[in-house]
Design a protein around this ligand. Structure first.
Ligand code: SF4
Ligand code: SF4
Length: 226
């Protein structure tokens, strides 16, 4: 699937997500937010301007979310996204109400709708994780011009083919056709067992945290978020 397909899966199939923002004390705070629409330019949601959630979005210009679908842990698919947000304003509200008619029950009149404003997650990274498959399936994606960065565990030329990593891998996702062995990234849990077991240090972890300046942006520098 392409990034646009993962975003559509969030908005059209899962719809309700748990979103994390950061408060004035630098602490995380979550909220349940419906993703009302998506396209190749990102995800769209709305909120009321009177909410603390609105203030946090404006101040930080950034959020993280997880959308999850399934009856229990082993039947669940989760898609997580973190990215930059910007306020689009009221203009897109009628279109989002058309696509999500239940919103009329919450904001039944035109007057009440004017409390609302639309935000777009316009640049970010995403992770898809499917625990219902055996072995598990995972994938990563980017949108809005964000560059894809390698994450997870990789086996280098220091591998001697001893097989220690294979015996401890819970997903059986290390290919042994030739040395160095290769990790099937789409099935890897990122548990790190292989790295711990490797006698030659051949397994490397590549973990990249997003370095966007907006993550650190304080209220005094929030002018470019609107
Ligand atoms: S990180 Fe875990 S799941 Fe992935 S290859 Fe290593 S042992 Fe297997
Ligand atoms: S444990 Fe290390 S050296 Fe042994 S097969 Fe795995 S990666 Fe190669």
């Amino acid at each position: 699937m392409e990034a646009v397909d993962y975003l559509a899966y969030i908005s059209k199939v899962i719809h309700t997500t748990v979103v994390a923002t950061v408060d004035d004390d630098g602490l995380p705070i979550t909220a349940a937010i419906d993703m009302m629409d998506s396209d190749e330019n990102g995800l769209y949601f709305l909120t009321a301007k009177g909410k603390n959630f609105y203030d946090r979005l404006i101040k930080r210009g950034y959020l993280a979310l997880t959308a999850m679908k399934g009856e229990d842990t082993m039947s669940s698919v989760a898609v997580s996204v973190r990215g930059k947000v910007r306020e689009l304003g009221y203009e897109k509200i009628p279109e989002l109400f058309e696509k999500n008619p239940y919103m009329r029950e919450i904001y039944p009149t035109e007057e009440s709708m004017h409390a609302l404003t639309v935000f777009q997650i316009y640049e970010g990274t995403g992770e898809y994780f499917d625990l219902s498959k055996k072995p598990i399936e995972r994938a990563s994606f980017v949108f809005g011009g964000e560059k894809k960065k390698e994450q997870g565990y990789f086996i280098t030329d220091a591998c001697i083919g001893c097989g220690s990593c294979v015996t401890v891998c819970p997903q059986n996702c290390i290919i042994q056709n030739e040395v160095p062995f290769v990790i099937k990234q789409e099935n890897c849990l990122h548990c790190g067992n292989c790295m711990t077991a490797c006698p030659t240090g051949a397994v490397e972890r590549r973990a990249h945290d997003v370095q966007w300046t907006s993550v650190l942006r304080g209220p005094e520098r929030s002018g470019d978020t609107v």
